[in-house]
Design a protein around this ligand. Structure first.
Ligand code: ZN
Length: 169
């Protein structure tokens, strides 16, 4: 079960969400989308402009195109929720990438998703059909995300409050 009392945070500059007191959940609304706070999308915080710019820097550094993926790599990919309205990033291990025979020019990507509450196991098989070659995945390899996070935090320190690079005098 998800912890609904802990304050959530980010390494990128942020302010706690006042709607949910930084927990990502609204008490008494568990019957609506499991009580996930609509204001912050369950994150528990809102990135400042500076934090959002640093987060973009990070996302760009860990981005992987679908046609760049290699078997065995651990990635985040955007799986649409059942209701089709929101994106949902899930962690998965790439098993294979092949041309999609039914959708010319697109890819068929087989993955193993990590099942909830099962530690490091990737045991839910799933296949994405009709994936555009330039679809964005994100690396979840610590050897890539670690240095990218450090670089984004360093970049954040060079930004003004408005999220723009400080002018040199
Ligand atoms: Zn919130």
């Amino acid at each position: 079960m998800t912890d609904q009392t802990t304050m959530k945070t980010s390494v990128f500059e942020n302010t706690p969400c006042i709607r949910c007191d930084g927990t990502g959940y609204i008490r008494g609304y568990s019957h609506v989308m499991h009580g996930v706070c609509f204001s912050c999308g369950g994150r528990g915080y809102h990135l400042t402009k500076r934090g959002a710019a640093a987060r973009e820097h990070f996302d760009a550094a860990i981005a992987r195109r679908a046609d760049e993926l290699v078997a065995g790599e651990i990635v985040w990919y955007d799986r649409f929720c059942a209701n089709g309205s929101a994106s949902q990033w899930v962690r998965a291990k790439v098993v294979s990438i092949e041309p999609d025979e039914l959708n010319v020019g697109r890819l068929r990507i087989e993955l193993y998703r990590r099942s909830a509450g099962k530690g490091t196991d990737y045991d839910l098989p799933c296949v994405t059909y009709g994936c555009f070659p330039d679809t964005t995945f994100k690396s979840a390899d610590p050897a890539i995300t670690g240095p990218a996070r450090d670089a984004a935090i360093a970049y954040q320190a060079t930004l003004t409050k408005a999220g723009t690079v400080r002018k040199r005098i």
